[in-house]
Design a protein around this ligand. Structure first.
Ligand code: MGD
Ligand code: SF4
Length: 727
């Protein structure tokens, strides 16, 4: 694959070639290359999103001047995406948090005074001790995402609480994890274990690869296109991926389940499924076949707006090329509160085509592993954890909205302190009013961030973490095709008065008498120790950045490499006894979603190739490439309303909440019943000088939403908006 074709698929010809180096940096780079200045190459892994690509930083004269992908990294394959290159923009963003801050104004006003680390940590520790005394240790909750998690978990659990949650579950992958675990006894992993490059057919159901820029996955998608795979894209919008598709299915939003069930029905009815595989590895096929009979292509046409003939043709394409069919499971799948069942339907479609463990389908996870490091023994609690929130399959990463609700109502017990690390809850969770209301019940809100996020405006104490280019973090243990370990180490020393999360957690632990949970002097000692346990040469790891064990890869089913399904039946469960016992449909069934009323559009949102949620919108290098989001509106609707391309409008939801102004992108590339914008914009924090009130915030508009009764995922594609002129 050429660099050009990768960039083309990423939909960002210019962004991939991003100016990650500014002019003086170009000079330093040149000086380094000529041997005129001291140059170092430091290996690390990227934190601009959660794909964890191995990266190499070139440091000249103490300044990071270039970032490149590590060729040894399976997620980078020698390249970084536009955002990965933009890491330098985060490091040198003048808007970064520079000192610990203690609030002086009202919550939300963003008035703070500078404090020393000792004062800020003492303040937090004193408050936490008082809260523990009055309400018990479980009254502390941790909201977290990404690398800081590993450092703050021992603090939370050592304190005596197990109340933690990450938005990556109930606002993102949770329903998929649960749907796949119910079906295969295993999640499909992150990165998803897809053998896309070898697929004959790639099916993307609402996955906008190329705009959603997961590095190696987009590279493999590009390879699949280059290798002649048939591409089927189901999307109400003509996405970048749709531009590469042989079949673009512009589905009526929120009717995907109808299409998937019809596909399953046709593939069974026409005998296009993998009989041998189904007989050997699955459970409940006959019940599935009977249950889906009602979902004919003609019926599905009415539900989805996709012609029955096209539904047939795409089913045939999959059946004809099985098992080399790669059905992407989706990543951000919290759409309509019925997402576990939709994810299960996708999993079932893959199963009857025999794709799990097969070339061109989904590969099996390595069974290689490093010796387990036993966790410390944390104090036990006799109160229930809040992280499942009463959802039967609430998941290991916790349900953010459940902890938020418990905080608001003070039931089953009071939650009085939140630590928020590496997540911007106001942008990540729907129901901003609910988040602010829950915060108003707290005696302490601590935010650990690198920039003054919207959530930090409500904090009592803000702690500035240094960026990933200035710190050590935990090893990344890759469990994809082969076992691997990747290291993060500082390319430069922390700027300003910022500190790494491991240091913050350890210092706070000392003030709380919890230092036994951090039994090392500094994090390098900890990494050294882990490498000894794992039998990895630490110096070699530092130098290479990634060490892989190719012998541990056994990706495909063979006579002596049989898959293990950790389900109740020991097989792939097309019929789920577990769901039946919990009172849910054992086989996915169709339930119609509400449609927008007259004058309203369904609000859809997604990614830009150069941004990750709200975390990059203020990054000088990335903001330069995409400064504010646009609202996609069909040209037919624009004409009817007398609106033109480039004009500003506001959006108003059914509860009367009105957004910031947003610029219209009038286009033929979207259906008439929906509008679309990139998520993460419209931030309210003045400290974000480049992002402040640029574009509209989708999250502000998602004020009511269905919740998946199985896992607690919040359905965020059920908001209807109208356009307000004159914004
Ligand atoms: P961000 O909005 O990027 O996403 O939710 P979040 O992870 O909360 O906020 C991340 C915060 O972490 C930022 O304030 C950033 O500055 C900070 N940060 C970045 N790097 C570091 C670091 O090294 N250390 C520390 N301490 N902080 C750091 C994402 C979540 O949002 C997810 S995973 C998904 S898939 C959902 N996407 C989504 C959507 O597409 N639309 C809507 N409406 N909501 C969504 N919510 C979900
Ligand atoms: Fe960084 Fe891009 Fe890789 Fe994400 S996909 S980790 S932003 S290089």
């Amino acid at each position: 694959m050429s660099r050009r074709s990768f960039l083309k698929t990423s939909g960002i010809c210019t962004a991939g070639a991003i100016a990650a180096t500014y002019l003086p940096d170009q000079f330093l780079l040149w000086a380094g290359e000529k041997g005129l200045a001291k140059t170092e190459k430091i290996t690390t892994y990227c934190e601009m999103c959660f794909w964890k690509c191995g990266a190499i930083a070139t440091v000249v004269g103490g300044r990071v001047v270039k970032l490149e992908g590590n060729p040894l990294s399976a997620t980078a394959k020698g390249k970084l995406c536009g955002r990965g290159n933009g890491g330098i923009g985060l490091l040198y963003d003048p808007d970064r948090l520079k000192h610990p801050l203690i609030r002086t104004g009202k919550r939300g006003e963003g008035q703070f005074r500078k404090a020393s680390w000792d004062e800020a940590l003492t303040h937090i520790a004193d408050k936490l001790k008082k809260i523990k005394e009055e309400h018990g240790p479980e009254s502390l909750a941790l909201f977290t995402h990404g690398s800081p998690t590993e450092h703050f978990m021992p603090l939370l659990q050592g304190f005596g609480s197990n109340n933690f949650a990450m938005p990556s579950f109930a606002q993102c992958r949770g329903p998929r994890v649960v749907g796949y675990e119910l079906t295969y006894g295993d999640d499909i992993g992150s990165p998803e274990r897809l053998d896309m490059a070898n697929s004959k057919v790639v099916v993307l159901i609402g996955s906008h690869l190329g705009e959603n820029m997961h590095n190696s996955q987009v590279q493999e998608f590009t390879d699949a296109i280059g290798n002649g795979a048939k591409i089927i894209v189901v999307d109400p919008r003509f996405s970048v991926a749709a531009g590469k598709a042989h079949h673009w299915l512009p589905i009526k939003p929120a009717s995907d389940m109808a299409l998937i069930l019809a596909w399953i029905n046709i593939i069974i009815r026409e005998g296009w499924y993998d009989r041998e595989y189904v007989a050997k590895y699955t459970h409940g096929f006959d019940k599935l076949a009977a249950a889906v009979q009602q979902y004919t292509p003609e019926w599905a046409e009415k539900e989805t707006d996709i012609p029955a003939a096209q539904i047939m043709a795409t089913a045939r394409e999959m059946g004809l090329h099985r098992p080399a069919v790669c059905i992407h499971p989706g990543r951000h799948v919290t759409w309509d509160g019925k997402d576990v069942q939709r994810s299960r339907a996708i999993a079932i479609l893959g199963a009857i085509l025999g794709t799990w463990g097969r070339e061109g389908g989904a590969y099996l996870a390595t069974r290689g592993s490093f010796p387990a490091v036993p966790p410390p023994s944390f104090p036990a609690s006799n109160r229930p954890t809040l992280k499942k929130g009463g959802f039967p399959l609430g998941g290991a990463e916790g349900v953010t909205n459940a902890i938020r609700e418990a905080t608001s109502i003070g039931e089953p017990y009071p939650v009085k302190a939140w630590m928020v690390t590496g997540t911007n809850l106001l942008a990540a969770m729907p129901g901003q009013k609910e988040t602010i209301e829950a915060i108003s019940k707290l005696d302490l809100l601590v935010v650990v961030d690198v920039i003054p996020s919207d959530t930090s405006l409500y904090a009592d104490v803000v702690l500035p973490e240094c960026t990933y280019l200035e710190r050590h973090d935990g090893l990344i243990i890759g469990k994809g095709r082969a076992l691997s370990a990747s290291i993060r180490q500082p390319a430069v020393a922390p700027m300003y008065d910022s500190k790494p999360a491991w240091w913050i957690a350890k210092e706070l632990s000392k003030k709380l008498g919890l230092e036994d949970y951090f039994p090392w002097e500094n994090f390098e000692d900890r990494l050294n120790e882990l490498c000894l346990t794992y039998n990895i040469d630490y110096d070699e790891l530092k130098q290479k950045g990634v060490i892989s064990f190719p012998d541990t890869a056994k990706p495909f089913i063979t006579a002596d490499n049989q898959p293990v399904f950790k389900t109740k039946s020991g097989k792939i469960e097309l019929y789920s006894k577990e769901l039946e016992e919990l009172g849910f449909e054992p086989i996915p069934a169709y339930e119609k979603n509400e449609e927008p009323p007259q004058g309203f559009y369904r609000l859809l949102y997604g990614r830009s190739a150069v941004h990750t949620f709200s975390r990059t919108v203020n990054n000088p290098a990335l903001n330069e490439l995409y400064k504010e989001n646009e609202l996609w509106l069909s040209s037919v609707q624009a004409r009817k309303m007398g609106l033109t391309d480039g004009q500003y409008v506001a959006l108003q939801n059914q509860e009367g909440i009105t957004s910031n102004r947003v610029r219209l992108k009038v286009t033929e590339r979207i259906r008439e019943d929906c509008v679309y914008m990139v998520h993460g914009f419209g931030q309210q924090s003045k400290g974000l000088t480049k992002a402040f009130r640029r574009g509209a915030d989708d999250q502000q508009l998602i004020s009511s939403y269905p919740v998946d009764p199985i896992c607690g995922g919040t359905g965020m594609r059920c908001t209807f908006v109208k356009l307000v002129k004159g914004a």
